[in-house]
Design a protein around this ligand. Structure first.
Ligand SMILES: [Zn+2]
Length: 467
């Protein structure tokens, strides 16, 4: 059944759709705090029915009736990515949860470790009401402004979940016809031609894709591509790329920051440059390596609590691996009064570039989650992709020791990964897949998921030849 027509999902969605986007502007701080406290209590009660959480709470002698407001979060234990991985599938959802009605979602693996968890229509649709709020902040309309999405749509991933679980149903009512999805992995000149035909008001993509589109735009391509705003997600925007792209397209570029686990954007950058936290939907903390709170203005690791949704709860989740600087509630020139994030570290965009002009921003190499799901294994604990030269890519896999001897075998996984990547990149590139004991990283930082040793000028040289 189309979930918009189902009264159990259609009405709640309509309510969210009408009330969510403007909440941060509409409610006073006091009302907003009340809203957050209520949402938080509800999230904790929900988590109490989820075995992995219940066991941890019990071990600390905590029950939901001891939790009254968001500040009480200090009493709750943290949950790690590993705990959620180890307890998948049965213990990461409430007892008796009907998984057939749920959607399985994988993280992109941008830290090289994939987490799989459950979500559902109303939880996924929050990502949509959050996007509507963002569009409004930039003077755009969700159903009339022309929006091009040049992002990854792989099976099991969050964008595809939104697509399948939401957009496809909305389209049956002739809604969202103003959105165009483009494959980011086609040659950049092709992409520019499609944008030129579509004439977008806004474009959503990765920094590197914008960078190469900007290069073509500077050279005079895409004369009808005159967006009012560019959205960057998934990665930190390098100031050099930002200046270059803004100059090429003559409009602002803004960051949105979320993850698969958060189920929507945690934060979005307003036109005054503040990364506002959607704090009616998330409670964000920042901690040091001993998991102690870091004072505002100092750098720490992000801890995420999702204040909405069902499926697998995320309460004091430590697995996002990003380093952030948290700023307390303050009034921004744009009129919003929220806590904010001052920069995110740890998501440095690296790109795989193929000799035929296709570009894969790092998250898009996550066909790994598709491969591993198809093999029904979670034995690969971590992976890393290193482009050594334009025509040579090395993929390292770290296997879970405890599961080492379970099927499918390590050899079969390596062969399957190799075959899938060979198919993806084509005959011009050599793919080497290896097992590694561990993937090292700089102290306090997640290991990069994609590393490229191909210099930037080499990429532009290649684009020139293709153009
Ligand atoms: Zn602002």
């Amino acid at each position: 059944m189309n979930p918009f027509l189902n009264p159990f999902t259609g009405f709640p969605f309509l309510r969210d759709f009408l009330t969510d986007p403007a909440r941060l502007r509409r409610l006073s701080q006091r009302k907003l705090d009340e809203y957050r406290n209520k949402a938080f209590r509800k999230a904790v009660v929900y988590a109490w029915n989820v075995p992995v959480y219940r066991e941890k709470y019990r071990n600390q002698g905590i029950t939901p009736d001891m939790i009254f407001e968001v500040e009480d979060i200090q009493r709750l234990p943290f949950i790690t990515k590993k705990e959620l991985l180890d307890n998948f599938p049965d213990n990461v959802v409430p007892l008796g949860y009907d998984k057939r009605k749920a959607q399985m979602i994988c993280t992109s693996g941008s830290s090289g470790k994939i987490l799989t968890f459950y979500s559902d229509f109303l939880t996924i649709s929050k990502a949509v009401t959050i996007s509507i709020r963002e569009l409004q902040a930039y003077g755009l309309h969700w159903n009339t402004s022309r929006i091009a999405h040049i992002i990854n749509f792989n099976p099991y991933q969050v964008n595809e979940a939104i697509n399948q679980g939401f957009v496809s149903h909305a389209r049956t009512f002739s809604l969202l016809q103003n959105h165009l999805q483009l494959n980011p992995f086609q040659p950049i000149p092709e992409l520019m031609k499609q944008l030129d035909d579509f004439k977008p008001d806004a474009i959503v993509s990765y920094p590197v894709t914008f960078q190469h589109l900007a290069y073509l735009k500077m050279k005079g391509n895409g004369t009808h591509v005159k967006p009012r705003i560019l959205f960057v997600g998934g990665y930190v925007l390098d100031p050099y790329i930002r200046d270059y792209v803004e100059q090429a397209f003559g409009c602002k570029m803004v960051n949105v920051y979320g993850s698969a686990e958060s189920g929507g954007d945690i934060s979005f950058e307003c036109l005054k440059g503040t990364w506002h936290i959607n704090h009616d939907f998330y409670h964000i903390e920042s901690v040091n390596k001993d998991l102690e709170a870091v004072e505002p203005g100092k750098k720490g690791r992000i801890i995420v609590t999702r204040l909405f949704g069902r499926g697998t709860p995320m309460i004091r989740y430590t697995g996002m691996d990003d380093l952030i600087t948290l700023e307390p509630v303050h009034e921004c020139e744009c009129g919003l009064c929220t806590p904010s994030i001052k920069g995110v570290e740890g998501r440095i965009d690296s790109t795989i570039v193929l000799p035929d002009g296709r570009m894969y921003p790092s998250a898009s190499f996550s066909i790994m989650s598709t491969i591993l799901n198809d093999l029904k294994t979670n034995k690969v604990r971590q992976f890393q992709i290193v482009q050594k030269q334009l025509n040579e890519i090395e993929i390292s896999l770290v296997f879970d020791d405890e599961q080492r001897n379970t099927a499918p075998s390590v050899d079969r996984i390596i062969e399957t990964v190799e075959a899938a990547y060979v198919k993806m990149v084509g005959p011009l590139v050599k793919i080497i897949v290896k097992e590694k004991k561990e993937i090292t990283s700089e102290e306090g930082k997640p290991s990069p998921f994609v590393v490229s040793y191909v210099p930037r000028d080499k990429i532009q040289e290649m684009l020139d030849q293709l153009d």
